[in-house]
Design a protein around this ligand. Structure first.
Ligand code: UDP
Length: 571
């Protein structure tokens, strides 16, 4: 198998079955066989004569050749006793002690199986409100988030992965000002990403420079007002300070809710790409675009036939996951199977831009993003329609927006752009739609040795041109960018751009290009240079709103003490 050293390390550490001594009891090939077999089994539910072996071979081939990878819980748990296959969950948190601690227990069970949980805390009464049964006062959403955070820390997912959470509070909740600042101390609430749930009414109030109304979630009555531009400014200031809170546009997300009769979407999963109804879960999978290229002469192009085949097989795979999934709760099974949402996305976008010699920050790249994603969405919808003919529509189809459009579908949503944090390492691909972070960087390895890692396509082109040298690669690792290196030809500097060479506006425009053809949302971080101002951040938030995004996450270089990726050095 064509697995990199990093891929093998990741698989051995977290994904392969282990024996009693903690040694791997399967090889990567066995893992893909185990997963393909367990997921192909679902075909039997719809057709007793189905050729399971043929389906199994198709699924195995996609994973073996690193063309498609399902989200981590599927790789870890398919064909094993736990059998929990989804990465994304949203749990409701209602305003009573019983409900709050039910949600906490359910989250712990989900984390144990490798899934991440999102919550809206907007239904909790504000800090200081009265509690009838005790005559005391409520401690409010933020204090309960701290309890959820501590529980997450304790569970640590028993050897799979750490629990991740999303915490959302609506902009019209009375505790919003405290929420916006609740991660000011970066050592607190560390197992949560936080986002402010923004409404159209709030954005209108920002633009009209006026106050907006706060509501008591308990009785839905007005309970105060805030001056919208000040609140917006505080969000911008905090995000500029250390990257949080993010924002999600709740009304916009609900405008795209495919089955409004099932209720309102109030939260997303931890990384923001998957809005879900309370008790709904979703399984994701991503196609590696780099594996969809063919070489014609000495130039690459996308093999759309191969891409189409992979999309159809991936939709089949993800629909099967819903059928064989072992859900952590009866409510989650019921809700998930009523909409059968899947989230097919992609990874390796930045890699193919290097190979196609298209700069990420160009109109040509934006046009390619739209073309690729439209093809993915249209083909996935067509595949979901075909499945519906064989297997039936999703059970709430008759209440859905598809019914009125006369569009038969098996799945209420088909596309999501996930971060692909781990599966991109397994595939040796750039993550999701993100640009490359560094062309060359120094990685510290265990015995304090330093290893120089170089992006393979960059290395290839530099060698072809006779420009490659260890010294130059080390210099690039230190500087983090080749944008200003005159010893490198301009056309190479234009194509091999990295996250920090790309302006925040281009980051946002790229996110918008993918969002245009994505049912759910798009995982993307908008990188800012260290010297960016709060004004720059505000402008990007405004642009995100104008371009129809469902949310934004920003990060200003150097604004957190422990940064995962550093220019110059990576641990
Ligand atoms: N996720 C999680 N814990 C993690 C990483 C991810 O719970 O440590 C969940 C979370 O819902 C996230 C989703 O998995 O939004 C997808 O993340 P990613 O694509 O990075 O996962 P992968 O499948 O690559 O591991």
């Amino acid at each position: 198998m064509m697995l990199s050293k990093n891929a093998v390390t990741v698989l051995e550490r977290r994904y392969l079955k282990k024996d009693a001594n903690g040694k791997p009891a399967e090889k990567p090939e066995d893992l893909f066989k185990r997963v393909a077999k367990a997921i192909a089994e679902a075909d039997k539910e719809f057709n007793v004569d189905a050729d399971i072996k043929a389906t199994q071979d198709i699924f195995y081939d996609m994973m073996y050749h690193l063309k498609f990878m399902p989200n981590s819980p599927t790789l870890m748990n398919a064909g094993r006793p736990l059998g929990q296959l989804s990465a994304c969950f949203v749990l409701p948190v209602a305003d009573s002690m019983e409900d709050i601690f039910d949600a906490l227990k359910n989250a712990a069970l989900i984390h144990k199986s490798g899934g991440g949980t999102g919550f809206s805390f907007s239904r909790l009464r504000p800090a200081g409100a009265s509690v009838n049964s005790t005559g005391g006062v409520a401690s409010g959403p933020i204090s309960f988030m701290k309890v959820f955070n501590a529980a997450t820390e304790a569970v640590k997912q028993g050897g799979t992965r750490r629990g991740a959470n999303m915490g959302i509070l609506r902009i019209d909740h009375p505790d919003i000002m405290d929420f916006i600042q609740c991660k000011k101390n970066t050592t607190e609430i560390t197992n949560f990403n936080i986002s402010v749930g923004i409404t159209e009414e709030f954005m209108k109030a920002v633009h009209e420079k006026r106050e907006y109304v706060l509501f008591d979630p308990h009785d839905k009555k007005e309970c105060g007002k805030l001056y919208a531009p000040d609140v917006f400014e505080l969000i911008v200031k905090m995000a500029w300070t250390n990257g949080e809170p993010g924002i999600v546009f709740l009304d916009r997300i609900n405008r795209d809710n495919p089955v409004p009769s099932l209720g309102e979407v109030e939260s997303t999963n931890p990384c923001g790409e998957q809005p879900l109804l309370p008790f709904e879960s979703c399984n994701l999978g991503s196609i590696n675009l780099d594996a969809m290229l063919i070489k014609k002469g000495n130039q690459y192009e996308i093999d759309y036939q191969e891409f189409e085949k992979t999309i159809r097989n991936a939709v089949h795979f993800l629909d099967n996951v819903i059928t064989v999934n072992n859900y952590p709760l009866a409510e989650i099974r019921e809700m998930t199977q009523s909409t059968r949402k899947i989230g097919l996305g992609l990874m390796g976008f930045a890699d193919i831009l290097y190979k196609l010699r298209i700069p990420y920050n160009s109109d040509e790249a934006i046009a390619l993003a739209e073309k690729v994603m439209k093809f993915l969405r249209d083909t996935a919808r067509d595949a979901s329609g075909e499945l519906a003919k064989e297997r039936g529509t999703f059970p709430t189809y008759s209440e859905s927006v598809f019914k009125s459009k006369g569009m038969v579908q098996r799945n209420a949503t088909v596309t999501t752009i996930a971060p692909t944090g781990t599966i991109s390492i397994i595939c040796g691909a750039s993550s999701g739609i993100e640009p490359i972070f560094g062309l060359s960087y120094i990685r510290n390895v265990m015995d304090n040795d330093e290893l120089l890692e170089i992006h393979p396509y960059f290395e290839e082109v530099m060698k072809e041109r006779g420009l490659y040298s260890k010294e130059l690669m080390s210099k690039i690792a230190q500087e983090g960018t080749i944008a200003h290196m005159e010893e490198i030809p301009q056309e190479i500097r234009d194509v091999f751009v990295t996250a920090h060479d790309i302006t925040p506006e281009y980051h946002i425009r790229m996110q918008a290009a993918f969002q245009k053809y994505t049912d759910n949302a798009v995982s993307k971080t908008v990188n800012f240079p260290r010297e960016a101002t709060q004004n720059d951040v505000r402008m990007v938030y405004e642009l995100a709103y104008e371009l129809g995004l469902k949310g934004v996450t920003i990060y200003r270089d150097g604004s957190r003490d422990a940064q995962v990726l550093n220019i110059g050095k990576v641990n």
